[in-house]
Design a protein around this ligand. Structure first.
Ligand code: ZN
Length: 371
């Protein structure tokens, strides 16, 4: 559930600093002017200075959250969300149909296709807004001598559908032109990487939480190793080639390790490998990476949460709700994770801003209908 970030200054911390500065300034005022004014006037003056500083702090926090808003323009032919998630053909991909859900196939090879656009460099730099045609591509990684079965992969696809439909419904509510599709071809590898686990502690809002050390680097190494096994030069080559065979504005790469662990997203601005951005969605959520003791369960909540990280959404747990601008984050926000069921969750205004769903000033001021 983690977007691995460096240290983030929360709104609460900023407010606290303004209060402290205000208290110091107010106290200094009272001390310096104590020979000239009555105690009552000193208290009044000091208090006014403190309140003024607090007010400036609040204003600063609000402006900061607005400044983080990206004026996102949807891709040219973006259509309104329709609440439906379709399959999208990966051009020229040869695959073996899934025994349980033959609409999807396990990748075997790419055949040359005439007139295919040449592979282009992966996008880099800033995270794109969640707008336009977005296609989800999955890599299933068998671990601990247990490959993913066709049944399990079919179940994971059912979760992907649910996640996609949920996002489109929220997009309808926010009037954001987003259309999600699932690639008809998925990738499967088995990986018996070293199972040494080194733990570290990462800031999470105002507290710290455990996280596997070098989780980002390890996920990128796993991805590169998978690419090699699948017959590509490396992760970049793999993603570039697939990119040119999928007709979409953006691809979302999902890595499904058949393990328990802490899911995480590697957005473009955090990746250590040119343009390789992906979400790692563990088959069970746990603080420490460990072999599965039960059947894998791909949670649509995890898929949505990590996917949104890839488009700029920030975690909103670990900080009190009052540290956000009024009515911008509720306990039901998907990035806050107070609820376990997708149907109870939603995208609140702050998260909508972050993923580029703030289309116009009028829409921003008008709260979308409740669901
Ligand atoms: Zn998260």
């Amino acid at each position: 559930m983690k977007r691995t970030t460096g240290r983030t200054i929360t709104a609460m911390a900023i407010r606290r600093w303004f209060w402290l500065a205000g208290a110091l300034a107010g106290g200094s005022f009272a001390w310096i002017f104590r020979p000239y004014f009555s105690p009552g006037a000193l208290i009044l003056g000091g208090g006014a200075i403190l309140l003024f500083a607090a007010l400036v702090g609040d204003l600063f926090v609000v402006l900061m959250s607005m400044g983080s808003t990206r004026r996102a323009a949807p891709p040219p032919n973006a259509r309104p969300a329709d609440g439906r998630v379709d399959r999208l053909v990966m051009t020229g991909a040869i695959g073996e149909p899934n025994a349980r859900d033959p609409r999807f196939s396990a990748f075997r090879a790419l055949r040359p296709v005439e007139g295919l656009p040449a592979p282009v460099r992966l996008p880099s730099g800033a995270m794109p807004p969640l707008l336009g045609r977005i296609t989800l591509v999955s890599l299933f990684v068998g671990r601990d001598h247990h490959p993913w079965s066709d049944d399990e992969i079919a179940q994971a696809h059912a979760a992907l559908f649910r996640a996609g439909v949920w996002i489109e419904r929220e997009a309808i509510r926010w009037k954001a032109p987003v259309n999600l599709t699932l690639a008809d071809t998925y990738f499967v590898v088995d990986d018996e990487a070293s199972t040494d686990v080194e733990m570290t502690f990462e800031p999470e809002g105002e507290s710290v939480g455990p996280l596997e050390a070098h989780a980002v680097t390890k996920a990128l190494i796993d991805t590169s190793r998978a690419a090699l096994r699948l017959g590509f030069r490396d992760a970049v080559d793999w993603m570039e080639q697939i990119r040119s065979r999928i007709d979409a504005d953006a691809l979302v790469w999902l890595l499904h390790p058949r393990r328990a662990g802490r899911s995480l997203a590697i957005p473009l601005d955090l990746t250590e490998l040119a343009g390789v951005s992906l979400a790692v969605c563990y088959a069970r959520e746990s603080s420490f990476p460990e072999p599965l003791t039960r059947a894998p369960f791909t949670d649509p909540v995890t898929i949505v949460h990590e996917l949104l990280h890839l488009f700029g959404a920030m975690d909103k747990y670990g900080s009190p709700l009052r540290s956000y601008p009024p009515r911008s984050v509720s306990s039901r926000d998907i990035m806050r994770l107070n609820e376990f069921r997708l149907s109870r969750l939603r995208i609140d205004r702050q998260t909508a801003w972050e993923i580029g769903w703030e289309i116009g000033e009028e829409e921003r001021l008008a709260q979308p209908p409740e669901r």
